[in-house]
Design a protein around this ligand. Structure first.
Ligand code: GCO
Ligand code: MG
Length: 407
């Protein structure tokens, strides 16, 4: 048996090509390079420090082939474990080690996960508009690009700014550059009066077959969520996302007991344990955990396996604030995982595609990870370094009386 390879260097790149990305680079003694995505929107430098200061020194000299053992070591080895910063760091290492394993064996990662169970991965993208004509135009444009499933967000009369919506029809990007978050006003009653009517118009515009999704972005009480779910039941939504704030999972029993609308939750979860009761009590239909924020392929496949037992499917988070490296990892897992239903895909600025040269591709409403060894993404470090980190934050939200609420 040949001598095991060893991890020789661990570097963290922070760059802002239109938006901030944190990228982990693991180099082995034999010259293999693995890439991981450590981007955590609005808290980028915390993850960069966790990796540089607390993880990199532990990795030097380890056998990169021991992917699961390294996951266990980093997860269990931090007594103060879990949470988005820690788990995004663990996820980035996991992705980089899967990438190295693929390159060492000459196989795309999906082959190492058991091989393809499907030919391509259904994806959904975002449509947005302030008023109904703009929303319908945006949906038509997305359908024209081949998408068969679209997330629809609409403006709300009386509010200045609404999550997921631009007034001029351009792509929505919530994080704003600057040293403090923007403040938005939120009014759940105004939203509940308006959004169902728009979604109804959307359904009659697109017909029965287009997959329609909607994201309530953690803003409703259980009662409001149940009312919204009921009012959307006849529209045959693909899913209704994040109806209530993620912390209190008990409340989902109330929502679930009162509406049959398919529910999707989990983009802010970081471990399988946060998904556990939602899955085993069948309180949701789709798990939204992200391959980078939920500890990498090694943990997302455990989540998928648990969910499969309960006939719950995966529909992972994939906004523009995860890098093309994390998207690649999600696609490799998706191609090899039977209960992987759909992948969110917002697309990227051309500059981001140029820096992260990827083997994955989009065609006709579907994504495919490609056949390159490893994850199939190579990063142009020189080009990335021309775009230094810029402070940027997700907005915060206040109710009309000025009190803070969930954004
Ligand atoms: C989604 C998400 C995102 C988040 C963003 C925060 O469903 O795509 O809700 O739009 O708001 O990832 O960084
Ligand atoms: Mg969401």
């Amino acid at each position: 048996m040949s001598k095991p390879d060893r991890i020789a260097a661990v570097d963290v790149l922070v760059a802002s090509p239109t938006r901030n990305f944190v990228t982990l680079k693991v180099t082995t003694e034999q010259g293999l390079v693995g890439w991981g995505d450590a981007t955590l929107n609005g808290r980028e430098l915390a993850v960069a420090s966790y990796l540089r200061d607390h993880v990199a020194p532990l990795l030097i000299g380890r056998d990169p082939a021991r992917v699961e053992d390294t996951w266990q070591y980093l997860y269990r080895g931090a007594y103060w474990r879990r949470g988005p910063v820690t788990m995004t760091s663990v996820g980035a290492v996991d992705l980089a080690l899967w990438d190295i394993k693929g390159k060492a064996t000459g196989q795309p990662v999906y082959q190492l996960l058991g091989g393809a169970v499907r030919d391509r991965i259904l994806s959904y993208t975002h449509a947005t508009g302030w008023d109904v004509p703009q929303v319908l135009d945006s949906i038509d444009a997305r359908l024209g690009e081949g998408f068969r499933a679209v997330r629809v967000q609409t403006g709300v009369p009386g509010l200045e700014v609404v999550y997921g919506v631009t007034r001029d029809g351009t792509a929505y990007e919530p994080a704003g550059r600057g040293i403090a978050p923007a403040e938005e006003t939120w009014d759940a009653d105004a939203y509940l009066r308006h959004a169902p009517k728009v979604l109804e118009e959307v359904r009659s515009h697109v017909g029965p077959e287009v997959g329609l999704l909607h994201d309530a972005h953690h803003r409703l009480t259980p009662n409001q969520a149940a009312r919204l779910g009921r009012s959307l039941e006849d529209l045959g939504l693909f899913w209704l996302e994040d109806v209530t704030p993620a912390e209190n999972q008990e409340v989902l029993r109330t929502v679930r007991g009162r509406t049959t609308v398919p529910l999707a939750i989990g983009e802010v979860f970081n471990t399988v344990w946060e998904c556990q009761s939602l899955i085993t009590e069948q309180l949701i239909d789709y798990v939204r955990c992200c391959v980078s924020h939920a500890g990498g392929i090694s943990q997302l496949r455990r989540i998928a396996a648990l969910a499969d037992v309960w006939q719950i499917q995966l529909g992972p988070h994939g906004p523009s604030d995860i890098s093309p490296v994390a998207l690649a990892a999600s696609l490799h897992l998706g191609l090899a995982t039977t209960n992987f239903a759909i992948q969110e895909y917002m697309g990227y600025d051309p500059l981001v595609h140029e820096i992260f040269r990827h083997a994955w591709s989009y065609e006709d409403g579907h994504l495919h990870p490609g056949e390159a060894a490893g994850l199939g993404v190579e990063v142009d470090e020189e080009l990335a370094s021309r775009y230094p980190y810029q402070p940027a934050y997700l907005p915060v939200a206040r109710r009309r009386d000025g009190s803070m609420t969930d954004w």
